[in-house]
Write a protein that binds this ligand. Structure first.
Ligand code: TPP
Length: 362
């Protein structure tokens, strides 16, 4: 009908730099400004992420963690995006963003204390790494990022915030409020959605009737882009452009990294109840590390010696992680009262007094 906008006219194509066989897409349209050492660093972090992710799952299976949310299959989307940030840019993660944290050099056990229940949000220093605490309530971190980026803009710090979330999060009110505010105020924020096809057992087709997640940005007046999330270089270039836009004062971008969660939603989930082996096999064949490895080998950037070095680093990091997590006790519970307000409110003071009485068994 005249004047009607048709969702069917929206492009569902994804930006791709590397084809699944690891060869370059000839006309991908982006400048790859990465030197050999950058390519090796990206590879190193992807390998480290996968190894630590596996060890974390193992630790949960052995009863050392209450739960764990694997990132298997999403390393390309995460490490590529993380590499596009400047050190002062802040990351507002969900509970599945190990690749971002590994690139910033966070100690793995400091993340796993959250999953062991020994501390909230991870034990790492948020300010040192410019990474906010892991957010478990879905989509809340989108608002935190927008609030933070608004503050950064007012302070003139030239800082961009990126917030990471899943396809399911785009159905939450928080996400829409965050997008609306960011669009109106041209907030320097990047909305980084990893569309890993499921929100626990809910498949994308039941999550949204929109033709893509990326198109949702248009409702808020800023660009959206779909990218092959299993192509680390595509994730890098697209995020780099979004970050540059934000830094130039042009406002937010919504990135939809199309990928797949190959593990369970969390270790408490059994994905065989809602998805098929064929589907899993299809995505296994699109593995982001294998694809990047093929490219690097063809380019002569990856030697057998460097690969062994990365594997050895992964093994050592996993064994250090195990030593730090197994048997770790709870931290000082008094700290619960330290980090919400600069000065305790009367109400909190009362709760603290009660808490102390409880501890003393009164
Ligand atoms: C506000 C809120 N509602 C419900 C949940 C329970 N929950 C945990 S994970 C999840 C699915 C999230 O899916 P998605 O946003 O696609 O992210 P993914 O886990 O796939 O990375 C839900 C509903 C929650 N944590 N927070």
């Amino acid at each position: 009908m005249k004047g009607f906008v048709d969702p069917g006219s929206v492009s569902t194509e994804s930006v791709q730099v590397l084809k699944p066989d690891g060869t370059l897409v000839p006309d991908h349209g982006y400048d790859i400004d990465l030197k050999e050492e950058d390519l090796r660093e990206i590879y190193r972090v992807m390998i480290l992420t996968r190894r630590i992710d596996q060890e974390s799952t193992n630790l949960q299976r052995q009863g050392e963690l209450g739960v764990y949310t694997p990132a298997l299959g999403q390393e390309g989307a995460q490490v590529g995006a993380a590499y596009a940030l400047e050190p002062q840019d802040w990351i507002f993660p969900s509970y599945r963003e190990l690749g971002f944290a590994m690139l910033r050099g966070v100690q793995p056990s400091h993340i796993l204390h959250l999953f062991r229940g020994t501390w909230h949000g991870g034990l790492f220093d948020y300010r040192e790494y410019c990474i906010a605490p892991y957010a478990v309530p879905i989509a809340t971190q989108t608002l935190h990022a927008v609030g933070f980026a608004t503050g950064a803009k007012i302070d003139g710090t030239n800082t961009v915030a990126i917030t990471c979330f899943g396809d399911g999060a785009t159905s939450e009110g928080d996400f829409h409020e965050a997008c609306n505010f960011a669009g109106v105020w041209k907030t320097p924020v990047v909305f980084f959605c990893q569309n890993n096809q499921y929100a626990i057992s809910v498949p994308l087709a039941k999550q949204t009737a929109a033709p893509t997640i990326a198109v949702k940005a248009l409702g808020y007046g800023f660009p959206g882009v779909r990218v092959d999330g299993n192509d680390v270089l595509a994730s890098y270039v697209v995020t780099r452009e979004a970050v540059r836009r934000a830094r130039r004062g042009e406002g937010p971008t919504l990135i939809e990294a199309v990928t797949y969660r190959r593990g369970p939603h969390s270790t408490a989930d059994d994905p065989s109840r809602y998805r098929t082996d064929e589907e899993l096999n299809t995505w296994e064949a699109l593995d982001p590390i294998a694809r990047f490895e093929k490219y690097l080998e063809t380019e002569g950037v990856l030697t057998a010696e460097f690969k062994e070095q990365c594997d050895a680093e992964g093994r050592e990091a996993a064994s250090k992680l195990r030593k730090e997590i197994v048997g770790a006790g709870p931290l000082d519970p008094n700290l619960l009262f330290e980090h919400v307000y600069a000065e305790r409110t009367p109400n909190l003071e009362e709760q603290f007094a009660q808490f102390k009485r409880d501890q003393e068994g009164q």
